[in-house]
Design a protein around this ligand. Structure first.
Ligand SMILES: [Zn+2]
Length: 449
């Protein structure tokens, strides 16, 4: 029966028209969004508390009466984590008949499963369509989608978005970039929606053999370094936009706007919080699903560190708040001889260095008494390892004097390991590469995401 019930926010304000939503979006007041979210939040907590054995048990154990919960803070320090999704059977979270299922990829053998109704996918697809419209996608455009479809939601959600817009599209799926290039060039696709790491390989081919006219490229599934984005935009002579999301949220919870300065959040389907923000506002992004009946998630810890972006972007979707770039994973902040380190530090340190390919990983190891940071760096085909090493050491001294000082003091050692392309990402581009890993821990003792 829920398939017949559109979300409250849509009913009250927007209607099911992308153009109408886009046209009237600047009139939406944040206060209205908050009020609707609060009503849906209460409803979701009650629904899950009644029908999900996981939430029922946890609420009882913590003395939480779902009927008295009005806002996230009323749940105290209760959160749902990825460890909960792994530890419990998926059915313990399911509250209504599922029609579709997807899996998360991660670093462990057991993938998390998340279930949905078709209507829930359509809902998220519609929000994605509004975001794509904001970037300039129109029914007359021609889109090719190169997402991986196996057990993964991104392509299905996108399909619903493209159906909502009604543009011509082809699902190429994740072909080898070489095959893709040869096969699609005659179609005159002017919008490419692709996986981030895969786009790098495609762009290398296009740089050699030529590009075709492209309106914009949307890259999903992983954070792209700004230097990489600038190179891809130069080759294609087109803007490259990014989306942010997880399988648990059914794809994009946020999408960039023309300003390319943060992701507009989908506040129609989710309520967001930043957990334990530091002085600059950075903390872990937490979301509650507001419109899902099959497998609602309450205060789900994304494990991604970001902050709400305050500066105006000037686009029509400004009523939907933005978050900044993801600066790290919650469990990738590591204390070691170098200091407190996170992927953000290395992205800044390595960004744009000559000869360095897109993928790298930093491992904290401890072969002797001292921490050793092993920099695993994939080289471009013509990359010179010695020149890269020299450049990075100079950058460390000028950009991060604190970490350089710790090195001079012998608090840690640096080791460079240069690798051919593709070495670090064994299972294909859509697996998230862990940028910083702590290998001092005994096997199996690390936090798994
Ligand atoms: Zn904007």
């Amino acid at each position: 029966m829920f398939e017949a019930v559109p979300t409250l926010l849509e009913t009250l304000v927007f209607g099911r028209s992308i153009e109408r939503r886009y046209k009237f979006a600047p009139l939406i007041k944040p206060g209205l969004v908050r009020r609707v979210q609060q009503a849906e939040f209460q409803d979701t907590v009650r629904w899950a508390g009644q029908r999900s054995s996981f939430y029922r048990e946890r609420f009882q154990a913590l003395g939480i009466d779902p009927r008295g919960v009005r806002r996230p803070a009323d749940l105290g320090d209760f959160y749902t984590t990825s460890a909960d999704l792994r530890a419990r059977e998926t059915e313990d979270f399911v509250c209504a008949t599922a029609q579709a299922g997807f899996e998360t990829t991660g670093t462990t053998a057991r993938n998390k499963r998340v279930y949905f109704s078709n209507e829930e996918i359509r809902d998220i697809g519609f929000e994605g369509a509004v975001g794509l419209w904001n970037l300039g996608l129109r029914p007359e455009d021609r889109v090719v989608d190169a997402f991986d479809y196996a057990f993964w939601n991104a392509g299905i959600t996108l399909l619903y978005s493209l159906n909502a817009i009604g543009c011509f599209h082809v699902i190429a799926s994740k072909l080898p970039p070489e095959d893709f290039y040869e096969r699609v060039k005659d179609y005159r696709f002017n919008v490419l929606i692709v996986d981030t790491a895969w786009l790098v390989s495609l762009t290398e081919i296009a740089e050699q053999r030529g590009v075709w006219p492209v309106k914009f490229i949307m890259a999903g599934s992983e954070n792209m370094a700004e230097a990489t984005r600038q190179w891809i935009e130069k080759v294609w002579r087109a803007k490259v936009y990014q989306a942010y999301g997880q399988t648990e949220s059914l794809g994009a919870t946020g999408v960039e706007c023309p300003a390319q300065n943060g992701y507009h959040l989908n506040e129609v389907n989710f309520q967001f919080e930043i957990l334990n923000p530091n002085a600059e506002g950075y903390g872990e992004l937490v979301f509650t699903t507001l419109t899902r009946r099959v497998m609602p998630l309450i205060r789900y810890r994304s494990n991604d560190i970001t902050r709400f972006a305050d500066e105006p972007c000037g686009c029509r979707l400004s009523c939907m708040r933005r978050i900044g770039k993801i600066v790290g994973r919650g469990d990738e902040i590591i204390s070691c001889g170098m200091g407190m380190i996170s992927p953000w530090i290395f992205e800044t340190w390595f960004g744009g260095a000559a000869g360095l390919a897109d993928d790298w990983q930093v491992a904290v190891t401890q072969p002797g008494p001292r921490d050793v940071l092993e920099l695993r760096l994939e080289l471009q085909a013509n990359g010179d390892p010695e020149a890269l090493r020299t450049e990075l050491m100079q950058r460390l001294e000028t950009q991060f004097p604190y970490y350089h000082k710790n090195l001079k003091m012998g608090l840690y050692e640096l080791r460079f390991r240069f690798l051919p392309r593709g070495e670090l990402r064994p299972s294909g581009p859509r697996r998230k590469l862990r940028r910083v890993v702590d290998e001092r821990l005994p096997v199996g003792a690390g936090v798994q995401v």
